[in-house]
Write a protein that binds this ligand. Structure first.
Ligand code: PLP
Length: 381
């Protein structure tokens, strides 16, 4: 740090330079985030100083959080839901599993607990395993890249605290057979956490309906991220529990704050992201999200048609706006697209393919230009 502060103009010029070096979303086909909605940005700026870590000082923002939770509870078929706004899917997943672990430990089990997750689960569950010292048991996927039910059943034993199901997998956008997993959870008396960090703001607004939420009686918690398809600002995640007891298992006493207990992983929390989420959800309503999702799906199908013209097909029929392409040399194609054309795409691991996420910032013009560049890359490698 400098002894003396710099001039404002100097700082702003550095900021402008750094900003200009950031990629613009108009070359990004790999991210699950996008430009936040204008009204979310407005609300975020208005609540910049609001700290939900000590929400007794920010009662108004706290009421907005309660309202967001209620709206999501209603959307996901459990209006009396409990939970809180997290920093995103990773924190929601950590806290969901931590609550399972806490409840399991209270039952005096002495063996190391294990958690059954699909092989397609987000890498945040590897962090969960490390932080909570839980054995992660990865179930294989079936031909549709959903978790294999037989594999899940074979991994459950007396020390299984719960299972994870994915509603919109990071790599493939696939949705597991959560109705069957819900039955298995009830049969075995274990928790079932649904990671809908991406799909939570997509599935309820698709024409084809999928059962993935609290409508299924075995589902005990859900992660859903407003800062992905919810069009809120970063950092905005939500963790929801069916049973308030599960939230209670995360309680910490907070003697020096205006409120005496906290259930969150972080202390200080962004009230700005809470206000942004409230604003965008109320501005768009279900109708607005339905239109956004329909536009993304239309762009997704347009992309598939254009790719079919050059002989490229998806690994699975896309369920949502995530496309995994069956294409050899995906690594080389990815790096060439970045180097020669400044396109950001990503890859899938197993099976190996090229991954594209068709977020609201992806236009038809972008798709046309991308497919043309991809064709050039394929001709040259
Ligand atoms: C299914 C899923 N879960 C969890 C996460 C982690 O979310 P975050 O990066 O907000 O922590 C992601 C991120 O892409 C995801 O796709």
């Amino acid at each position: 740090m400098n002894e003396k502060g710099l001039e404002r103009e100097e700082i702003i010029s550095v900021l402008n330079k750094s900003k200009s070096e950031d990629l613009k979303y108009n070359r990004v086909l790999s991210s699950m985030c996008t430009y936040p909605h204008e009204i979310a940005i407005h609300a975020h700026m208005q609540f910049m100083e609001s700290n939900m870590g000590d929400f007794g000082l920010f009662r108004g923002t706290y009421d907005l959080e309660v309202s967001v939770l209620r709206s999501l509870g209603e959307l996901l078929h459990h209006p009396e839901v409990s939970g809180y706004m997290t920093t995103g899917g990773t924190e929601s997943n950590i806290q969901a599993i931590r609550s399972m672990r806490n409840i399991f430990q209270r039952k005096d089990k002495c063996h190391k607990p294990n958690l059954v997750v699909p092989d397609s689960a987000h890498f945040s569950f590897d962090k969960v395993s490390d932080i909570l010292d839980i054995e992660l048991r990865k179930a294989t996927l079936d031909k549709d890249l959903k978790v294999s039910i037989d594999s899940v059943r074979s991994l459950i034993d007396d020390n299984t605290i719960g299972m994870v199901a994915i509603a919109g997998s990071t790599e493939f956008g696939q949705v597991d057979q959560i109705d069957i997993l819900s039955d298995i959870a009830l049969e075995n008396n274990i928790f079932l956490h649904v990671d809908a960090a991406f799909g939570g703001y997509v599935l309820p607004f698709l024409e084809e309906q999928h059962d993935f939420d609290f409508k299924l009686p075995g589902v005990t918690s859900i992660a859903i991220d407003p800062h992905k398809m919810g069009l809120s600002t970063i950092p905005a995640g939500v963790l929801l529990f069916r049973d308030p007891g599960q939230l209670e298992s995360l309680r910490a006493d907070t003697p020096y704050l205006t409120v005496s207990t906290q259930y969150t992983l972080t202390g200080t929390r962004s009230g700005a992201a809470v206000a942004a989420t409230y604003a965008v959800m109320n501005f768009l309503g279900k109708e607005g999200y339905r239109k956004i999702v329909a536009d993304c799906m239309e762009a997704t199908y347009y992309l598939l048609d254009r790719l079919a013209e050059i002989g490229i097909y998806p690994l699975i029929e896309p369920v949502m706006n995530v496309v995994a392409l069956d294409i050899p040399k995906a690594d080389l194609i990815r790096s060439t697209l970045a180097k020669d054309f400044n396109w950001q795409v990503s890859i899938t691991q197993n099976p190996h393919g090229l991954r594209l996420v068709i977020m609201p910032h992806v236009t038809i013009e972008m798709i046309d230009s991308f497919v043309q560049d991809l064709r050039t890359v394929l001709e040259t490698i």
